[in-house]
Write a protein that binds this ligand. Sequence first.
Ligand SMILES: *[C@@H]1O[C@H](CO)[C@@H](O)[C@H](O)[C@H]1NC(C)=O
Ligand SMILES: *[C@@H]1O[C@H](CO)[C@@H](O)[C@H](O)[C@H]1NC(C)=O
Ligand SMILES: *[C@@H]1O[C@H](CO)[C@@H](O)[C@H](O)[C@H]1NC(C)=O
Length: 285
Amino acid sequence: MLLLLTLSALLAVPAVLAVPTSNSARLANTDSSLTILYQNNLNGTDDANHIAAILLGASPASQAAKACGTLNERLISRAAIEAHYDDFYHQLSYLVYSGRANANQDFIISNGLVSFNQRRACLDFKPTPYGNRRLSVLCTQSANASQPTTAVATSQNEITIPAGRNKYVGYRNLKSWRFSGIPYADQPQRWHHSSVYSGAGQTLNATVFGSQCPQNGAGSEDCLFVNIQTPYIPKAGSKQKLKAVYFWIHGGGFNGGVGSSPGTDGGNLASREDLVVVTINYGKF
Ligand SMILES: *[C@@H]1O[C@H](CO)[C@@H](O)[C@H](O)[C@H]1NC(C)=O
Ligand SMILES: *[C@@H]1O[C@H](CO)[C@@H](O)[C@H](O)[C@H]1NC(C)=O
Ligand SMILES: *[C@@H]1O[C@H](CO)[C@@H](O)[C@H](O)[C@H]1NC(C)=O
C-alpha cells in the first residue's frame, strides 16, 4: 500500500509539490507535458530506420522552437516527417484515436504545421498561420539509442522533473523517458520492517539502476529501488490523461532476479503499449 502511494506520487505529480521559484532552473515539465512519439514495430534491428518525435503541449508559434530548445531539440522538419511518413501517420492518428488530439488538429513543426486528416486518411502540411494561436508542438528526438543496454544519460538527453517531495533527474532514449534507481524505501535496518522513503527536498539522480538485493553472494542491502519507463510525463501539477501502470515484479525465489534486467526492460512495452512500466527490486534479508 505504501509502495503504491509512493508510486502514485511519482506518476501523478500531485499539486502539493514544491513549485520551482522563478530564479531556479525551469524543470523539463514546468510548461508542458512531454510525450515521446515512436512507432515501435518491436523489431530491434529495424530501429535504425525509424525516428521519434517529442510532443509538447500547446504553445504560441513564436515560442515553439524555444520550447523544443529546453530539451536540446529543434522543431521537427516536414522533410523528416515525410521521410518517415507511415510512422507519423500512425502516431498522429493514434493521438486522435486515443483522445489526446482532436481530429484535424494542427501541430507546429519547423516552418509550418502538420495534421492528421481523418477524412482523407493522410497527413496535411500547411504554412505557419498568422497570429500566435497556441498549438501543440512537435520537436525532434535526437536521443536515438534504442536498446536498454545502450541507453545512457548525457547532458543532452537528461531531464529533471518534480515528483512527490523531490526532484528526479531521468533521461530519454529513442523510445521512452527513463527513471532508474528511484528509492521507494529507506535502506532497511536488519531485523526491522522497511519504511517508505523519507527523503525530501532533494534532487535525486535517477539515471542509473540501483543494486540488486543480497542474493547468492552479490548485491547490497541498499537495494529498494523502482525503475520507470514511460512515453508520457504529465505537465507538473497536472493529473490529465495519466497512463495505466504496468507493474513488473521479477521472479527468482529470493535467490536471484532484479528489476533492471535488459530482457524485462520496460522501454519497448511502454512505447508499444502506451503504458507506464514500473519494475522493482526487492529481497529478503
Ligand atoms: C526487422 O528489420 C530488419 C531491418 O529492417 C528486416 O531486415 C527484417 O526483415 C525485419 N524482421 C521482421 C521479422 O520483420
Ligand atoms: C544517432 O545519432 C548520432 C548523433 O546524431 C548519429 O551519429 C547516428 O548515426 C544516429 N544513429 C542512428 C541509428 O540513427
Ligand atoms: C548519476 O550517477 C551516475 C553514476 O554514478 C553518474 O555517472 C552521473 O554523472 C550522475 N548524474 C547526475 C546528473 O548527477
